[in-house]
Write a new protein. Structure first.
Length: 251
């Protein structure tokens, strides 16, 4: 495993990438309302990214056709935007986006309610977001990687939900997916690498209301829950420092 340690110059470029991505997410959040299509979200997201002199990380990545992954209700990740796919009152929708700024990447995801949503859907989104913050308590130099994983899993399961096992977080830098892989559950009998300052990680709990099992639709991209229950996603790009972790993809 070759985990890269970023230089101060690289970190500064990733800070800028993260700031731009955070602004994109803020503006996309303002759009979320019943009646808009997932294509509307993607079109606006790409426009915002390119207007900031960035490249959408996802567009064309391994053949993915869009700039924003838009995943509704039981879609966990990688939903493909479509003019035919509209948001309805009570849906939840996950937006996953990445930007490349001067060769360096940032990756972040948010889940939003559409109009008025039921309390359990809100709780799912809240637990998913909080599990990220429980995890990054251990995103510190000297801790082991799977302490992050274990903290996410414990919090999610204490709240009666499940963490997806087939998809994981990842290192990030010049490439969108770098070492190490970051599961949201603790692998048995392993601690993972020791964290060091200058590591940059995309930590992304994907949490299901029901079981953790997922499968892929025939489009070869969209991942859905096997039981048809809702799923939420929360992700940020995080820098390991000498002290507290720095979240690069928040304003």
């Amino acid at each position: 495993m070759a985990v890269t340690i970023k230089s101060e110059r690289e970190i500064q470029l990733m800070r800028e990438a993260g700031k731009i991505l955070a602004e994109v997410h803020e503006k996309l959040a303002e759009m979320i309302a019943p009646g808009i299509t997932t294509w509307d979200i993607d079109r606006k997201g790409e426009e915002l990214i390119r207007s900031a002199d960035c490249i959408p990380s996802f567009k064309g990545y391994q053949g993915y056709p869009a700039s924003i992954c838009v995943s509704i209700n039981d879609e966990v990740v990688h939903g493909i935007p479509s003019r035919e796919h509209r948001l309805f009152e009570g849906d939840i929708v996950s937006l996953d986006a990445g930007v490349i700024y001067q060769g360096y990447q940032s990756d972040a995801a948010r889940t939003h309610g559409v109009g008025k949503i039921d309390p359990e859907a809100q709780r799912l989104m809240d637990v998913t977001k909080e599990s990220f913050y429980r995890g990054i308590r251990y995103a510190r130099a000297g801790c082991h990687l799977y302490q992050i994983s274990a903290a996410i899993q414990s919090y999610v399961e204490e709240n009666g939900f499940s963490v997806v096992r087939d998809l994981v977080g990842h290192g990030i830098g010049r490439e969108m997916h770098e070492d190490p892989q970051i599961p949201n559950f603790r692998p048995k009998l392993r601690r993972g690498i020791r964290l060091r300052p200058g590591m940059t990680l995309a930590i992304e709990p994907m949490v299901n209301a029901g079981g953790y099992e997922v499968w892929m639709l025939e489009d070869d991209w969209t991942i859905v829950t096997q039981d048809g229950m809702k799923s939420a996603h929360y992700e940020n790009t995080v820098l390991i420092t000498e002290g507290d972790p720095e979240i690069l993809s928040l304003l």
